[in-house]
Write a protein that binds this ligand. Structure first.
Ligand SMILES: [Zn+2]
Ligand SMILES: [Zn+2]
Length: 285
């Protein structure tokens, strides 16, 4: 455990929540999703076997809730093997330091995300001017300074395998962030998509609060590269996932997922890319 590990200078609790906060859903016998305020994380592993992996690490201040949920599912003396990060945004690494300290476990992320996880580079400032709603307007309060996980964070294996998750492979899905990854399991076509696409219009406070389900591109206020983001959605659609757990919004499956993803790929310029904002050219799409 790296004793020097620390959050970014602007790390803080974010007072935003949703009706889904605290919700726990079993997506597959060994995939469990857990909602912390406005973000989802996953436990992957079979209860009773006491071995599991956590994908993403919740909001600032949520460590105790995550540890309790893990104990309830896997037993009091259970311990995850590792934490896999889809990317390093504040709402996906919010409790990672406390979790690493509690369990003394390694963290894995894509190589291109490591500068943002080792204190070397800050994400671009959130874009409060982007087309969207109140969450976009609130976004300047979101931390964007890098966390420093020091020697606790490691690069995902180059061969596409995911440590401690033998059936899964990681898929590079940049755009929302440079080293964003999604996790895919071929046997049941389960996809943990991170923020490559989400199932709630994350810019809208009303839709976040009520969790109205709707396919959407990556959260607009934090997405700097829309062309890469589109290519990433095409890559995920080509996998033909049967069920998708996204970083925000409720899980989606079956026909609804297939149709929604197809539509997102076809109409990404109108559904996902904002009409205006810092990271678009200002021309109408
Ligand atoms: Zn994100
Ligand atoms: Zn997110």
């Amino acid at each position: 455990m790296d004793k020097e590990a620390q959050y970014g200078g602007d790390y803080k609790f974010i007072p935003a929540t949703s009706v889904a906060s605290g919700m726990q859903l079993e997506i597959a016998p060994d995939i469990f999703s857990f909602t912390v305020q406005i973000v989802n994380l996953c436990f992957v592993g079979t209860p009773g076997q006491k071995e599991f992996v956590i994908v993403d690490a919740g909001m600032p201040g949520s460590a105790e809730d995550i540890i309790t949920a893990a104990q309830e599912r896997f037993g009091g003396d259970s311990k995850p093997k590792a934490i896999i990060l889809t990317h390093g945004h504040f709402d996906h690494v919010g409790a990672v330091i406390e979790l690493v300290q509690h369990w003394n476990i390694p963290v894995y992320a894509h190589e291109a995300e490591l500068p943002y996880l080792t204190g070397k580079a800050s994400y671009p400032e959130p874009d409060a001017t982007v087309e969207g709603g109140l969450v976009a307007k609130m976004s300047p309060m979101f931390p964007n300074e890098p966390i420093n996980l020091g020697s606790d964070v490691h690069s995902l294996p180059a061969d596409g395998s995911v440590p401690h998750l033998p059936g899964f492979r990681w898929v590079h899905t940049p755009g929302h962030s440079p080293g964003h990854v999604s996790l895919f399991r071929d046997s049941d076509r389960a996809l943990i998509a991170g923020d490559a696409f989400v199932t709630v219009k994350q810019e809208s406070l009303y839709k976040v609060l009520t969790q109205q389900q709707e396919i959407s591109g990556p959260p607009r206020y934090l997405t700097p590269d829309w062309k890469a983001a589109w290519d990433s959605v095409k890559k995920l659609e080509a996998l033909k996932p049967f069920v998708a757990i996204t970083g925000h919004g409720a899980p989606m499956a079956g026909e609804l997922l297939a149709e929604s993803l197809h539509r997102l790929v076809q109409e990404f310029d109108t559904i996902a890319i904002p009409d205006y904002g810092k990271y678009v050219d200002g021309e109408s799409h």
